[in-house]
Design a binder for this molecule. Structure first.
Ligand code: ATP
Ligand code: MG
Length: 850
């Protein structure tokens, strides 16, 4: 309980009287008096600005109190400035006043224009502008919002819209109203939408076990992983301990207090699904906090690096929806790292060692090697190490003859990362970027923390195998007295049912078991992309797993299930026939045509409609017809009727024609007003004027690449390859609604890519200011500038009703999109996932029928 105020105390009495003169009375006056600091601050401005004679109304007085209390720590003149601006009516909301206090606190002289800009003075945002901002945000983030069912994203939409500079000073209630009305228009009433949700989570879940996994991989908001758990509890920039206050101040000056992260792949292979977690964590954490993330190629190992990996990695990061603040290379820092190595020797904290690799291993001790020991070279004079290190650099030694080692704590520490780690080694290999300039290369242990330090990383997020390295990371930063970032470790994402190790994937590629690194059966990110998995589905999957210090091992089936859920509300539906059989409807005229308008998604009216022609010649799937009827069979057979989806009346089969082998060639049916169909099936009709049907050159169905549930654990993983992991069909026919779906998808992908670039630019300016963002951009490598985000054909996705989800393969030729004159059109479709969990495991039946 707070102490009661003694109103008889003369000092209290006089303060209460003074405050009453600015209409501050009652409980609020008492509270203010109780807090001596606030009271003193308010008293000071009242006297300085003669507010007791100013006749303030209640609203202004309340704003003055906010300014006095939040500005209690300010110098008097700065506090008076803020209060004066309140009195002038320039600062109205507490948000504005608090921003003003922060601004004056961090500026020695106050530039009024800059102040006004920062505090939103005079900014008026109309309700209509709010509505437009909400609309465009929801358009740009449609897939994520759809996957949450709409209303579940309400608060994240509100905060995202409020976080944009245009909406910074909008009235929160106007934004809330706009979000509500927009959600209602798109997803229906809130109460109805929230009730519908549980239905979705049981889809495809048969057993209790599957249901459980379905629920946990339920797509959550993309920001969920930053709002709870591990990533919600990291330090604020600047709060990580430093050797001296100066290091901290310099760091904050460089970053402007922003979150700075980095994604540091080694450019020696293509990224896989596990990396998407690292990307989501690093880029996502920065984005969530309006900070910046570097894409840093950790290229200290010259032997394994290749150009194609650099491009592919950047491309993949962009595909996932992130734009690096800068693309950097560890090798850019080689000269600086070398200088620091020299400095470390001078400080007596590193020495050139001539122990052989075996001797170094033996010094580390162990059950067979006995106690740990010090290198005999450890105490050689500094001057000798300096000379030898230079000799190493000049090529005097071959690999293994000399190393530079840090002088840590071999005998005292139980942490192997403190046993005089190697900082530099001799390696006579040309480097991808520095060519033959160097014959010594810094190790990961020496490079990573120092480059993090150079780049002023606020949070160095890495996987748990580096836990022990944190000690050496900090040791080295402190030894050199440089800014020390804070490392945090999170669990890796592993996939079971496939292999992710570079070595194993290389065997698949080189052995011709798959068609390259982007084969849709691979769990490389380029493979998943080619298969048609939307980037948002991957992020939503990663986010739904949450981030903790535990590694997670997920079956590929469960990933597929998550993709399926993501696609469910986001993907237009079309009719495709994989194994067509022709039907002639004998009672329709040759020139009969009925244009049928059908929704692209029955549950998402906003997706619009397409038109399909219905004529005398239609095609259905072979599997929907049987020569022999049966009591539990509901589809087409002689004498039986069936509904064609959205066609007003059913058809009844009168007869069929077969070839000498007994294969059915054609069905003869009647359009039949009186028939009562038991079920409806997909179909396409022949109508040249409507370009119907679209001929599909290839439809590719993918099944598990391995017969083992855990190929990575098998002695010979190649022995468990599923010989039937890909099936191709050559006769499929697709409805002409495909053309519009394809055009729209390409436009959207292009718009999203442009938006990404714009947002990235804006973020850099917001975090660092115009000037510094521009400088950073100029330093950025040509790689980044030259390469624009590729919105490929795989972003054309649809659900083929009753068949599965499909995407257009990158090798397709589509003249209506590419304007590739003279090229023969070739439409190739890849199945992204089946409609239901059980259909695609190893079976080869394309159509699951009811
Ligand atoms: P691999 O062992 O598959 O070759 P790596 O760790 O050598 O992977 P890098 O290119 O060095 O791959 O990784 C770049 C970043 O991605 C690192 O920060 C690494 O910790 C992270 N990362 C790699 N694999 C995973 C994974 N399976 N889950 C989460 N993060 C990962
Ligand atoms: Mg690595």
């Amino acid at each position: 309980m707070a102490p009661k105020l003694d109103v008889n105390d003369p000092q209290v009495k006089s303060l209460l009287e003074l405050f009453a003169k600015i209409s501050l009375t009652g409980q609020r006056a008492h509270d203010t008096v109780k807090n001596a600091k606030y009271a003193r601050s308010l008293e000071q401005v009242i006297h300085a600005l003669k507010l007791d004679e100013a006749n303030l109304d209640a609203k202004t007085s309340s704003a003055v109190v906010v300014a006095a209390s939040s500005g209690a720590d300010l110098e008097a003149t700065k506090r008076e400035y803020v209060v004066r601006r309140v009195l002038d009516g320039d600062l109205k909301s507490s948000d504005q006043i608090q921003t003003a206090v922060k601004f004056v606190a961090s500026h020695t002289t106050i530039d009024p224009t800059e102040f006004d800009k920062e505090c939103g003075v005079g900014v008026q945002v109309s309700a209509e502008e709010c509505q437009n901002a909400v609309r465009s945000y929801m358009d740009a983030n449609k897939p994520q919002i759809d996957s949450s069912g709409g209303w579940a994203s309400m608060s994240s939409i509100m905060s995202a819209v409020r976080a944009t500079p245009e909406m910074r000073w909008a009235n929160a209630l106007d934004i809330k109203a706009a979000v509500e009305s927009e959600l209602k228009a798109r997803y229906g009433e809130r109460s109805a939408a929230l009730k519908k949700k549980p239905e979705k989570s049981t889809e495809g879940g048969k057993s209790a076990k599957q249901n459980a996994s379905t629920t946990t991989s339920q797509p959550t908001g993309p920001d969920a992983m930053f709002q709870e758990g591990f990533l919600a509890n990291l330090h604020k920039p600047g709060d990580n301990p430093q050797l001296t206050p100066e290091l901290r101040a310099k760091h904050l000056e460089a970053t402007n207090g922003s979150v700075m992260t980095r994604f540091p792949p080694e450019p020696n292979g293509f990224l896989h699904i596990g990396h998407s977690k690292a990307i989501a964590v690093n880029f996502g954490y920065a984005k969530y906090h309006k900070g910046l993330c570097y894409l840093r190629f950790d290229d200290t190992n010259p032997e394994a690096e290749e150009e194609k990996y650099f491009l592919s990695i950047l491309e993949t990061v962009r595909w996932l929806g992130f734009e690096p603040y800068q693309v950097t290379y560890s090798s850019d820092y080689f000269p600086r790292l070398y200088e620091l190595a020299v400095e470390l020797i001078k400080r007596g904290l590193a020495y050139v060692d001539h122990s052989s690799p075996e001797q170094i291993r033996a010094q580390r001790g162990g059950p067979e090697k006995g106690a740990r020991s010090l290198s005999p070279w450890r105490d050689r004079p500094v001057s000798e190490s300096l000379a030898e290190f230079q000799a190493m650099k000049q090529g005097k030694y071959r690999s293994g003859e000399a190393t530079l080692r840090m002088k840590q704590d071999v005998l005292g520490s139980g942490n192997p990362q403190m046993w005089d780690l190697i900082a530099y080694r001799v390696l006579n290999a040309p480097h991808h970027r520095t060519k033959s300039e160097w014959c010594i290369y810094p190790t990961y242990d020496f490079t990573h923390c120092l480059v993090d330090s150079f780049e002023n990383i606020s949070h160095s997020l890495c996987t748990t195998e580096f836990i022990l390295s944190r000690e050496s990371y900090e040791w080295l930063c402190d030894a050199l007295q440089v800014y020390k970032p804070r490392q945090y470790e999170y669990g890796r994402l592993n996939m079971e049912g496939t292999v992710l190790s570079k070595r194993k994937m290389l065997k698949l590629v080189q052995g011709g078991y798959v068609d390259g690194w982007d084969d849709p059966r691979m769990y490389t990110l380029i493979g998943l992309r080619r298969r048609g998995v939307p980037p948002g589905a991957i992020l939503s999957f990663v986010s739904s797993l949450g981030v903790t210090t535990n590694n997670s091992t997920i079956q590929t089936n469960r990933f597929d299930q998550s993709v399926r859920q993501y696609l469910e509300l986001d993907t237009p539906r079309l009719m495709m026939i994989v194994h067509p059989i022709k039907i002639t409807i004998e009672n329709l005229d040759e020139d009969f045509v009925l244009q049928i308008e059908k929704p692209l998604h029955p549950k998402v009216p906003a997706m619009g409609t397409t038109k399909v022609p219905f004529t005398r010649t239609v095609y259905i799937d072979r599997s929907d017809f049987r020569k022999q009827d049966a009591p539990d069979y509901f589809r087409l057979a002689p004498g039986k009727s069936i509904g064609l989806y959205q066609v007003p009346c059913p058809i009844t089969c009168v007869s069929y024609r077969e070839n000498a082998d007994g294969d059915v060639q054609e069905l003869i049916c009647r359009y039949d007003e009186h028939a009562k169909p038991k079920t409806y099936i997909q179909w396409v009709a022949e109508h040249a004027a409507s370009h119907s049907p679209v001929k599909v050159s290839e439809v590719r169905f993918f099944h598990n690449l391995f017969t083992s549930d855990n190929p990575a654990a098998e002695e010979d993983f190649l022995a468990t390859i599923n010989p039937n992991s890909r099936e191709v069909f050559y006769d499929a026919l697709l409805e002409p609604g495909f053309y519009d779906v394809a055009r729209t998808a390409m436009q959207q992908a292009k718009a999203q890519a442009e938006q990404l670039q714009q947002n990235a630019k804006r973020l850099a300016v917001e975090a660092l200011g115009e000037q510094r963002a521009k400088q950073a951009k100029e330093h950025t490598d040509a790689l980044q500038a030259a390469h624009t985000t590729d919105f490929g054909k795989e972003s054309i996705r649809f659900q083929a009703m009753r068949v599965g989800y499909f995407a257009v393969d990158r090798e397709s030729q589509l003249s209506f999109l590419d304007k590739s004159q003279g090229e023969e059109d070739r439409l190739i479709l890849n199945r992204i996932v089946t409609l239901k969990e059980d259909a695609g495991k190893t079976g080869s039946k394309p159509a699951k029928t009811s």
